[in-house]
Design a protein around this ligand. Sequence first.
Ligand SMILES: NC(=O)c1ccc[n+]([C@@H]2O[C@H](COP(=O)([O-])OP(=O)(O)OC[C@H]3O[C@@H](n4cnc5c(N)ncnc54)[C@H](OP(=O)(O)O)[C@@H]3O)[C@@H](O)[C@H]2O)c1
Length: 261
Amino acid sequence: MSSPARPRTVLVTGSARRLGRDMALALARAGWQVAVHYRDSHEEALQTVAACAQLSGDSAAFDADFFDEESVRALVPRVIAHFGHVDAVVNNASLFEHDDVQSFSYVALEAHLRSNTGAPILLAQALHAHLNERAAAGEELAHGAVVNVLDQKLWNQNPDFLSYTLSKAALEAANTVLALALAPRVRVVGVAPGLTLTSHMLSQERFEQLHAMSPLGRSSSSEDVAAAVCFALENRAMTGTTLLVDGGQHLQRFERDFSMM
Ligand SMILES: NC(=O)c1ccc[n+]([C@@H]2O[C@H](COP(=O)([O-])OP(=O)(O)OC[C@H]3O[C@@H](n4cnc5c(N)ncnc54)[C@H](OP(=O)(O)O)[C@@H]3O)[C@@H](O)[C@H]2O)c1
């Protein structure tokens, strides 16, 4: 009798709450062991871990502030120390602070680039190195995948959230470069949500109006985005491309960021 396949492990960054939590739960439902990364949301991370563990057996929480390079570099080794291996990374965590050309500063740019661009690249680098080690140790199927969570606003730009936009534009460029540089060991796929969850900047009523402003009459739900992440991790032919999951919002022109409308 052959032994059962080893469960696959995925690190989902920023998955204590909101979109990341729904990605973690969808992946656990699909049988993945989920490493739940968080920065400040400790209690929510433990709740996500408990829900994931119920679905797929094992889950654990790992804190790291992505502003700090050493913390980012330590993250994948900590996940491997717990699970024994890691097969995929979902780069979901994201700093989203407002600036525009008037308020722009190196401080804002650096904070966004570190969190939203530098950390995803370092985590992809660490996954690639780990899979190379597994291949060198004789593992035949040492392949993995990275999902970079982007934003439809890259295809539909406006003057708001300048540093955030630059950091996601750089991540979108990295999506292509990494797909080439890390092949064939690691696939790299972008997933770009439209307006999905509201923020403190919008009333529920205004959010619902804006959510309906798309060719399909609704932008994305958290479940739509999570389903695209699951698909990207499973599809062995996809790399260096991005799935826009936004009800077609990127096809329209918006003068401001949704949270400023
Ligand atoms: N929400 C939307 O409608 C929407 C639309 C388009 C694109 N997106 C993209 O989808 C993803 C998820 O969106 P979201 O609204 O769920 O995100 P979010 O709530 O703004 O942030 C997700 C998590 O990122 C973590 N984080 C932020 N800065 C960090 C840092 N320096 N180091 C480590 N962790 C950090 C936070 O973890 P802690 O809470 O633990 O501190 C936070 O909970 C993001 O990549 C976003 O750009 C979202």
